[in-house]
Design a protein around this ligand. Structure first.
Ligand code: G3P
Ligand code: MG
Length: 346
């Protein structure tokens, strides 16, 4: 019948759209869910007029713990099952680097959690800055180092170790120590601590940052707070001042193109899991709160972009971002964005 044909057509359209959600400032603030996000995910998980799942992935510049741990936590607070197969955090694509580097300094995040992350990616010899502090506390005059830190550290003889690369996975919890050790390794002869290279460039080991955001939304009442991009800029300035040359580095995360091509792959295999079709939906909607990462990246990649007012963006009613306007629109929250996109497509 005509009604059946119409709904068949709608089901096909539903399979041809997908969402990529930012997390901080869109679905949650840290460990607190944004209430409207729960209903948005319920809708996409099949609680809609067609009773069909609309695919979505989570694409965050956050990080610092394993994909499994973060997805468990998100599933709980958002009251929706979040699979690691639909989840990309800033450092997820960096697992490809494990093929090239064995001994790595891994910085950022709470406690020693990034050690577990790097080991799960297959890096063979993972060193945390606090392992080095436990070996020789004098490397960092203004260190932050507790009794618990000492108990959990894995000190080794770092004077004999050759580092292959530096990986920054999340926000530093001890800027002084992390900056000192990163600069030490960048200036060292071939990644050997306690040495200084004659030529700063020839034997320098590579450095990778998991994302470039300058600020992020927190529960602070004032403007957004500084994050990894600000830390990186400080390292770059220190390196330039000490050597006279620009630091070459690689940055992952949104709005870097590589992160979006990675997201396409994840979305394709997620489509296969939920709809048994290994292909990319045509109409992808990115919902983000940061014009300088989510929106500019999505715009450049040809996605439909939705900017929400629950995070970094603080514009007033009716305003879009002046420099990186969202091409689909600005919404009060993620639920409004999802409803508008679904209304447009179906
Ligand atoms: O910038 C740090 C991080 O908290 C941002 O996460 O989910 O907004 O990309 P997200
Ligand atoms: Mg965000």
């Amino acid at each position: 019948s005509q009604v059946q044909d119409m709904s068949k057509e709608k089901v096909a359209t539903a399979k041809n759209m997908a969402f990529a959600f930012d997390i901080d400032g869109v679905l949650a603030h840290g460990n607190e869910p944004i209430e409207e996000a729960k209903e948005a995910l319920r809708m996409l998980n099949g609680d809609n007029e067609l009773g069909i799942k609309i695919p979505y992935i989570l694409l965050t510049n956050g990080g610092g713990k394993t994909e499994i741990a973060r997805c468990e936590q998100l599933s709980q607070i958002l009251e929706a099952p979040i699979s690691t197969d639909q989840f990309i955090q800033s450092h997820t694509p960096m697992q490809a680097l494990a093929e090239y580097y064995e001994t790595v300094l891994v910085c950022g995040g709470e406690d020693y959690k990034v050690r577990e992350v790097a080991e799960s990616y297959g890096f063979k010899n993972v060193v945390h800055p606090k392992d080095i502090l436990a070996w020789d506390p004098t490397v960092s005059p203004w260190r932050v180092f507790s009794e618990q830190d000492r108990a959990d550290a894995k000190p080794r003889d770092f004077s004999k170790m050759k580092f292959d690369a530096i990986l920054v996975f999340a926000d530093s919890r001890d800027y002084a120590t992390d900056m000192q050790l990163i600069i030490d390794l960048l200036l060292a002869e071939d990644g050997k601590l306690l040495t200084r290279a004659k030529d700063p460039v020839a034997s320098r080991i590579p450095i990778y940052f998991s994302q470039g955001d300058l600020v992020f939304p927190t529960d602070h009442k004032g403007p957004p707070r500084l994050t990894q991009g600000a830390f990186r800029i400080a390292i770059e300035a220190q390196y330039k001042a000490l050597t006279g040359v620009e630091l070459e580095r690689v940055v992952y995360g949104k709005p870097e193109r590589a992160t979006y091509t990675y997201a396409d792959e994840v979305l394709k295999s997620w489509m296969e899991q939920i709809h048994n079709e290994n292909r990319l939906p045509q109409n992808i909607y990115m919902v983000g709160d940061n014009p300088q990462s989510d929106i500019i990246g999505g715009n450049m990649y040809g996605w439909n972009t939705c900017l929400v007012r629950t995070g970094v963006f603080q514009g007033k009613e009716g305003e879009n971002d002046a420099n990186n306007p969202a091409n689909f629109g600005v919404f009060d929250n993620v639920l409004e964005a999802v409803k508008a996109a679904v209304r447009k497509e179906l």
